[in-house]
Ligand binder design. Structure first.
Ligand SMILES: NC(=O)c1ccc[n+]([C@@H]2O[C@H](COP(=O)([O-])OP(=O)(O)OC[C@H]3O[C@@H](n4cnc5c(N)ncnc54)[C@H](O)[C@@H]3O)[C@@H](O)[C@H]2O)c1
Length: 469
């Protein structure tokens, strides 16, 4: 069961990659991307599409990982009604104490603390008074911790990327299906204000048919490299080629394109430039030998979907350039772009008269004027933002999106609703790490993206957030 995948397969490719004739550019029968193994769903196990669990009036939560990211989550949870923070865990006792101080400041009782041992987190998971385990450790611990927590009967939420290899991804899926527990990746960027408004516009047809979505993680991390516990993040970059941090770009793009809710990703192609800045940093700032540094300076991935749409994802944590998640949406009747400046360009027919009186004059060759953009964003404000925007901006966490993410997780658990992100989203958004590496190691060969639902990708039509009646 463990060795589901053998990542190196089919040496024979490229032979049938020519595009077919006709009115479609869909791959024809000869097309043979590299593929990874997909095993059948074990007997007695069923999918978790639209999974619901009994309502939980007060969600009892335990946190594992209280480094740079974890304590912010503890703080946000003190602002969510119907939550009890039961347990806190980190390798370092002083980090547990720091988060206890957050509880004290919020007037809440101290939580049970776990620390000191590499496996103290298992004791937290074994508690019988916990509903949810919230994980914010380094990437290498995520899958193991999620799997163990679900096996102990807990729902899990895990920081990004929640799984790094195909083996981990399938193990996490199989555990979620076997235990029928919620397993949500904590992808916050899908809740940011421009993204969620734009998703709402897309779902209401404002952009016509969306054909292309773009996303990225472009963030020079030089000032952060020394802050990660045990240097885990630099080490991961050193030892792995490919887009190892793809979920901030993938999440919004996949929600726009209804991935495994009527469409599915078929294959990807990746290309990277040679690593320069981080090896220089290691040599010049740290004064260390570099050895074989694997992660490319800039990694680009192109994805083709079953419904013949495309996604472009980029990763660059090395170059001196402004932070960007790109975030671009192109439809048959309009366009949205977030970085470096936000804007919409729409065909006049897509702008209602309550948004702009003289909308017929607007040109599709430039962004709509600022006041029209504002009116559009007001008109299409997502119901989640209508409810939470003010509080989210006060509580904060990347401008409020982190609070919205946590709030939605708890709201759905309290109301027995499907979570906004399921284990298949986790798989789809995380699979770029192993699959781009496979493409890169084979001269940018096309690599098949498995249907992680194992046949269920077309059962649900359209991505929608769930709300209580
Ligand atoms: N969504 C976002 O915007 C966002 C932002 C920053 C970080 N992250 C993610 O959050 C996660 C944590 O990142 P970080 O910056 O806090 O890293 P970090 O190194 O500062 O923190 C990791 C913590 O996990 C603890 N830990 C490691 N092994 C443990 C074990 N066996 N038991 C208990 N605790 C253990 C470490 O002691 C450390 O305190 C990563 O997955 C990262 O990618 C997400």
């Amino acid at each position: 069961m463990k060795k589901l995948f053998n990542l190196l397969l089919l040496a024979v490719l490229f032979t049938g990659c020519s595009m077919p004739s006709g009115d479609t550019n869909k791959a024809n029968g000869e097309f043979k991307p590299l593929s990874t193994e997909v095993t059948e769903r074990p007997d007695g196990q069923k999918d978790v599409l639209g999974l619901t669990a009994p309502k939980i009036e007060t969600v009892r939560v335990g946190f594992i990982g209280l480094g740079m990211r974890g304590p912010g989550a503890v703080n946000r949870f003190t602002h969510i009604p119907g939550v009890e923070i039961v347990a806190l865990c980190d390798l370092h006792p002083e980090r547990v104490e720091k988060s206890q101080a957050i509880l004290e400041k919020a007037g809440l009782p101290a939580a049970a603390g776990y620390s000191g041992q590499e496996e103290s987190w298992k004791e937290l998971c074994q508690r019988d008074d916990l509903d949810l385990v919230y994980i914010a450790t380094d990437w290498k611990h995520h899958a193991e911790m999620m799997i163990y927590a679900m096996e102990q009967g807990k729902h899990v939420a895990c920081e990004v990327p929640a799984a790094m290899t195909m083996e981990e991804i399938w193990d996490v899926i199989n555990t979620a299906e076997r235990t029928q527990k919620h397993c949500m990746q904590l992808e916050n960027c899908v809740y940011d204000f421009f993204e969620l408004t734009t998703l709402n516009m897309a779902q209401k047809g404002v952009f016509g048919e969306v054909l292309y979505a773009e996303g990225a993680y472009i963030h020079q991390l030089e000032n952060y490299w020394n802050s990660y516990e045990g240097d885990w993040r630099l080490e991961y970059n050193k030892n792995h080629r490919g887009d190892i941090y793809a979920t901030h770009g993938m999440g919004p793009a996949c929600q726009l394109l209804d991935i495994h809710r009527g469409d599915k990703m078929n294959y990807l192609v990746a290309m990277d430039s040679k690593p320069v800045s981080i090896p220089n940093y290691i040599r010049e700032v740290r004064g260390e030998e570099v050895g074989d540094f694997k992660n490319g300076q800039h990694t680009m991935t192109m994805i083709k979907t079953e419904k013949e749409k495309t996604i472009h994802i980029q990763h660059d944590v090395a170059s001196p350039r402004p932070y960007s998640r790109m975030y671009q949406v192109t439809g048959t009747k309009g366009f949205a772009n977030k970085y470096p400046n936000e804007g919409y360009a729409l065909e006049a027919s897509q702008i209602d008269s309550d948004v702009a009186a003289n909308h017929e004059d607007l040109s599709a060759h430039s962004y709509v004027p600022e006041e029209v953009k504002k009116a559009l964003m007001e008109k299409y404000k997502h119901p989640i933002h209508k409810e939470l925007e003010e509080q989210a901006k006060k509580v904060g966490g990347h401008g409020g999106m982190d609070f919205i993410m946590d709030y939605r997780l708890i709201y759905c658990l309290q109301n027995g609703l499907p979570l906004d992100m399921d284990v298949y989203d986790l798989a789809e958004w995380c699979c770029l790490a192993p699959l781009t590496a496979l493409s890169l190691e084979n001269n940018s060969a096309p690599v098949e993206i498995p249907d992680f639902t194992r046949g269920g990708w077309n059962k649900v039509q359209g991505f929608r957030h769930a709300f209580a009646e």
